[in-house]
Design a protein around this ligand. Sequence first.
Ligand code: IVH
Length: 686
Amino acid sequence: MAKRTPQVKPDPHGLSAREAFDEIERLRAEIRHHDYLYHVKARPKLSDEEYDRLFWRLRAIEEVYPDLITTDSPTQRVGGQPQPRFMTFVHTAPMLSLDSTQGEAVVRRFDERVRKGMHGQVAYLLQPKLDGASVELVYERGRLVRAVTRGNGTRGEGVTENMKTIPTVPLRLRAVDRSAPELLAVRGEVLMYVSDFETFNARMVDSGAQPYASPRNSAAGAIRQLDSRVTALRKLHFVAFDVLSAHGVTFHKDRERVEALLRWGFRVPEGGTVATSVEEVLAYHRSWAARRDTLDYEIDGVVVKLDDLDGRADLGTTSHHPRWALAYKFEPRSEVTRVERIAVSVGRTGVLTPVGLLLPVQVGGVTIARASLHNREEVRRKDVREGDLVRIKRAGDVIPQVLERVEEQGQRRGRRFEMPAECPACGTAVEERGPLTLCPNRLGCPAQLKGRIVHFGSRNALDITGLGDKTAALLVEHGLVIDLADLFTLQPDRLIELPGFAEQSATDLVDEIQDCLRPELHRFLYALGIPEVGVSVARDLATHFRDLDRIRTASVSKLLEVPGVGPRMSEAIRDFFAHEQNARAIAAILEHGVQPSPLAASGGTGLAGKKFVFTGRLTRLTRPQAKQLAERAGGRVVVSVSRETDYVVVGEDPGSKYNRAVDLGVSALDESQFMALLEDAQVELE
Ligand code: IVH
């Protein structure tokens, strides 16, 4: 019988089928390891480029040998075809919820009950209570086979494809050979970081969509998308805290399970600990309450769990809750207060936003005096009027929101709120687009101009620290800036005349703006405030086109070639550049000598994140060149010297910054030392 040879395309890497198999296995193991270091350990060892090289090689070989693609390959995280609906699955073990309290007395009673049942020594495992969406992950022989939402606790929806897009969800358990159970079911929380949520929600509002009320809702919404490619676009994290079933592995303590979760490659809640007294439990709650606002994810309390697993079995569960655990929640971050007035603010894109000006109220230790009402439809839906009582909510750093109106018996209410017919900043008749109200006076409206200036100088744009809200308002009000390009003509002597400016601050601002003449392309793109273009899309565009002119003239189909850019975005970008006023504004900026430069391949040099300050005249380099080189090395250029500054580069006739650097003990370099440093960092000097 003739031997069948496998039908394969010629491999660009010149590998035989056997070699391809080995190479695929090797690449997967390596990528998995680096995913783990990056996402779980937050200690990456490879630069993005090195990682991408591994990934693309794996993808290229898999393309030639599609039969070798497995569902747990790192290339399978990107999201697949949309599903018509979700299948439901029964959980391997019920996903119970926890009894909860906000009161110390209840915690003490819980502790007494547990001690009585346990006759003696008691240890609790304490963890922060993560406020996300609860999901069960099921692994068979170490491979992820299913992910199911909590649902009603017994049965939930299968969201496997979506969960696979989350980088902290292991597709395959680590340390599989030593300790992977036949079947493992893990429970954890899907989180969206507050900072990512804010960016995401701002985009929802900008595009007229209904914003999500909290990172939790947004995470829950993301994992229930029928199209997993949509889930993949939201930045989600998975943190594991419970083992629902583990066949063939016996644990005696919950802390052993947490250790096993870590070994298997999961992230677990940070700051977990074991306590033996109720006082320690109370102190743990206090310390997390104090840290709560500094976290980039939301927690709503701490969880107290009996560590001893036999003890848990003895105490048992009620119909809803285990008797061996308690959620000790924080005071809510919502509060009731009165809306004194509804003002309307105008953003840089011309969108009018109603804002409730509130009788100031403390929410979780912070005074809140304003809360967003988002748009016309929102106000209508919630029917909030001046003088009403409302419940407001603050979540992490998220802009406070009006959750709902609180009914008051016998209260005469004010008039229904209507959006103004004219822009409150410039008087132009507004236009309605879907739920949004817009001021169409793009160039002449002072509020929009102010917004554009602030955005232009914001941290992810040109990073001009001196261009805050107040300064931008002054520049507009006093007619110093009528167009973004005017920023580059500012002179210290005119600035000094503005209230609040002194000689030093005026020179610093002008210097800082002049230091931006060679911005990195992606920062410049982001600074322009193109609709739909956030930080990461700006980066993608810059990496793909590497040249502003090519982006300015790109057709929709060319733009669609950029990974991550969809049809809506491409049209928005093309329309932006095609718009005559925008084209003129950009040309004016470039005429002032602004030269955006493509992103240099950052090789992860030792200068990444280092802060540089320049003072005095350089002789071999111009200031913009020096700034650009420092940035190419991964550094940041800032204006003033502080303890955080890493290097002060001192030219001829240095200013007071040099003295300050000496006082603070910051390293000072002359121009040639600076260039030597760059050479060491392998930055090419032109
Ligand atoms: S232990 C028997 N630990 O809080 C339940 N739950 O009602 C065992 N949660 O939706 C759960 N962080 O998903 C536990 N560190 C943590 C948690 C946690 C958040 C969630 C859980 C559930 C709710 C409890």
